[in-house]
Design a protein around this ligand. Structure first.
Ligand code: ADP
Ligand code: ZN
Length: 725
């Protein structure tokens, strides 16, 4: 098929609207390329779409409308179309939603290649007002910098008309400027750090072009980042683009500074903190080749790279790579798909890889490169269990005397301690001592968690909050509500009491307004701004704490309970990661795990550092049970405002399972989901299990095809579910 359509030719367009088919349009005046981004009429609206192929021509030609215009961006490449098609087929997501994922950049369709910018002018102001003064003060302060109208008005805290008034008099100069400037080129020939033998060997092993996937395994601080930055350098030298994916929270300025030091300029950034204008610039420059390196969160995988040669997935085991809303995809797995289609290299970096990746490396599908020691003097922390059965501790206290003693030593030495507890808020449960009532969310079947800092109760499922009551909502007894169990805020209180002279800080995502504020705060703490840090899993991710030499885990048993298939794996990863925070600089650190079951196999393998033994045991158990990665799984979540119809639908699906049986798959359920109600919607779950080679997606598609969702019922399919909630 030719890659160009002449005016009037029929083209098939996939729009970003939730339709399950392509629509026919006539190519506009001047024609259009295959893959062109276009604006098309849909009913009374104009919508964004992509020319996917020739039109089908099965629609009354006289009613077919024309493409309104072709957007001034490079057409979608065949490789990208292929990627979206396959990723959609894998996750059972309609193509329109996949196209939407790939066009999440505002103003893509804005035609002008120029925009208005404002800078200091030379004209006189006829009448000075406080608002005008503010605008001029901003321009003065920022010297020669120029602003968009919106930026300048916002900076000055005035309305846009004030700026325009000044521009009319020439006191502010208004100019046309090309928008979406390319990023400063990166220079891979700048010298990197002197690598250790270990690191140099890893770099050599990664030096290859074309598709391959490699697990880069090494303890925290072993230099994985240093090594993959060399792989980025090699990719840039080949003239190809590189992408580094990080969990959102690990996208720190610390990391960006390291990139800048290595390559002499900053990379393009893509994450939730990036402004709309900047997003648009990144999208375009990625397509034009004006961005050589993108550092981003998972959705950066859907940018329109011109020639992607390398994708690094750092902390590849991190559960945030799985998107749990909208399109349910795992960015780590989709990375491998995308790379195989565009001939790129994949580097999966982790200190504690996911069992999936570990198994793929064992099976020889992925290569494996290992860094065995920490860089420089730093050695792995000493790991020990504190057997809580032998500790004297009153019921409402959680820091054991043994842990307390170790923290005291660190304070004396001027070193930092981290007290880790993966529970936000003050107390996970609020109980009435008079009647035994537990406060639960009105919309969800979940306990409300007290957040004393906010002075509110909060539901961690739906985010609903309400003031902390003084009387029991059930029996109305006054002042009998009691917090049960620890959260990080409560740990903060306990530690402040134990160490009144120490600087104690609590690090939890809900205590800071924006992720930027949070990151700035983490950086200040890392530089020595606290003696005792109390944190949730937030601190386990990718940040350096050079003064930290002690990690105390309040409840190492926490993750071992529960029915989650990945419970053991997650506990193992989290504990190892947290422990890895200790002793990154020159001093040897210690990690102490408070546990009631020190002989549990997960705890013992964490303590004695025998990772391979842990993986092998865990793999054997999953293989035995036919669980991923040795079998396939899909979750189906049905939800609706009334519980009856949701269960009826679940039962009907479970009964009509012929399509699943044909591929050897079995369906379990329906059962109430672990969180049986969220935001007032009742949730029912079915689980589909199939043998490894089964054509699961096709079978599921056939299975659910007859379903007609009535009223407000919803059905969501989660291929390779990561968690069950
Ligand atoms: P990881 O990514 O495995 O946690 P990093 O690459 O962040 O490890 O390395 C840990 C620390 O050691 C960083 O501060 C890094 O700059 C430093 N480092 C690692 N390798 C070298 C090296 N060869 N020369 C100098 N500093 C190094
Ligand atoms: Zn709720």
């Amino acid at each position: 098929m030719s890659g160009f359509f002449h005016e009037g030719d029929l083209v098939g367009v996939v729009t970003t609207q939730p339709l399950d088919r392509m629509l026919d349009y006539k190519a506009p005046e001047g024609g259009c390329h295959l893959g062109a981004f276009v604006e098309v009429p849909l009913g009374p609206r104009k919508v964004l779409g992509v020319v996917w192929g020739a039109g089908r021509g099965d629609y009354d030609r006289s009613k077919i409308r024309s493409v309104i215009r072709v957007l001034d961006v490079p057409p979608m490449r065949a490789e990208m179309k292929d990627f979206l098609t396959r990723a959609g087929a894998y996750t059972l997501t309609p193509l329109s939603l996949m196209v939407r994922l790939a066009t999440r950049s505002p103003g893509l369709g804005d035609p002008p290649a120029m925009r208005k910018i404002f800078r200091m002018g030379t004209g006189q102001v006829d009448r000075m007002t406080p608002a005008r003064e503010k605008v001029l003060a901003v321009l003065e302060e920022f010297g020669g910098l120029s602003f968009t109208l919106k930026e300048l008005a916002e900076q000055a805290g005035v309305g846009p008309s004030v700026v325009k008034g000044l521009a009319a008099q020439g006191a502010v100069r208004e100019e046309d400027s090309p928008r979406d400037l390319p990023f400063t080129p990166l220079d891979p020939s700048r010298p990197g750090k002197q690598l250790t033998e270990d690191q140099a060997a890893a770099v050599a092993a990664l030096d290859r072009d074309g598709y391959s996937t490699t697990l880069l395994k090494g303890v925290t601080g072993s230099g994985k980042t240093e090594v993959y930055l060399e792989a980025v350098a090699a990719c840039l030298r080949r003239g190809r683009q590189a992408l580094v994916l990080l969990p959102e929270i690990a996208l720190t300025s610390e990391f960006l500074t390291r990139v800048e030091q290595r390559f002499g300029a900053r990379p393009a950034e893509w994450h939730s903190g990036v402004t709309m204008t900047e997003r648009r610039r990144v999208w375009r420059m990625v397509a034009d080749g004006g961005a050589e390196l993108v550092v981003g969160a998972r959705s950066a995988l859907f940018l329109p790279y011109r020639d992607l040669g390398l994708i690094v997935v750092d902390e590849e085991h991190d559960s945030s790579y799985k998107q749990e809303e909208g399109v349910l995809y795992n960015a780590r797995d989709m990375t491998v798909l995308r790379a195989s289609l565009c001939g790129a290299q994949v580097v999966l970096a982790s200190a504690t890889p996911s069992l999936e990746t570990w198994a793929n490396a064992e099976a020889g599908k992925y290569s494996r490169v290992e860094l065995t020691s920490r860089f420089g003097e730093a050695v792995l922390p000493e790991m020990r269990a504190i057997d809580m059965r032998n500790e004297e501790l009153p019921g409402s206290r959680w820091v054991s005397p043994s842990l307390q003693k170790e923290i005291a030593k660190r304070i004396e030495l001027g070193e930092q301690s981290l007290v880790f507890l993966n529970r936000r808020g003050y107390a996970p449960m609020t109980l009435c001592r008079a009647c035994g009532h537990q406060i639960v969310c009105e919309h969800c079947d979940a306990r409300m968690v007290e957040h004393r800092f906010l002075k509110r109760l909060m539901c961690h499922q739906c985010g609903e909050t309400k003031p902390m009551p003084t009387a029991c909502p059930s029996c109305e007894a006054e002042d009998r509500l009691a917090p049960i169990g620890p959260g990080v805020e409560r740990m903060g209180e306990e530690l402040a009491e134990l160490f009144p002279d120490a600087r104690v800080v609590v690090l939890s995502s809900d205590l800071y307004g924006t992720s930027r504020e949070l990151k700035a705060h983490i950086e200040a703490i890392a530089e020595g701004g606290a003696d005792i840090i109390i944190g949730t899993q937030l601190v386990a991710k990718g940040h350096n704490f050079p003064h930290l030499t002690l990690v105390g885990v309040i409840d190492a048993d926490l993750g071992l309970q529960g029915s989650d298939l990945r419970a053991a794996e997650k506990t193992f990863q989290l504990m190892r990661q947290v422990a890895g925070r200790a002793g990154r600089a020159e001093k040897r650190g210690a990690a102490l795990l408070q546990t009631f079951q020190p002989e549990h196999p997960v705890i013992t393998s964490i303590l004695n550092g025998d990772e391979e033994a842990f993986w092998r045991a865990e793999a054997a158990e999953r293989e035995q049970a036919g669980m991923p990665p040795y079998g396939r799984m899909a979750g189906v979540i049905l939800s609706g405002p009334e519980v009856g119809p949701v269960f009826d639908l679940g039962n009907a699906l479970a009964r009509n399972d012929a399509a699943l049986k044909r591929v050897g798959a079995q369906v379990y359920g329906p059962a109430p989901a672990p969180v049986a109600r969220i935001r007032g919607r009742h949730r029912v779950r079915l689980l589909v299990k199939a043998p490894k080679g089964a054509a699961l997606q096709a079978a599921i598609a056939e299975w659910i095809r007859p379903v007609r969702l009535k009223g407000d019922l919803r059905l969501q399919i989660d291929i390779d579910p990561q968690s069950f909630f």
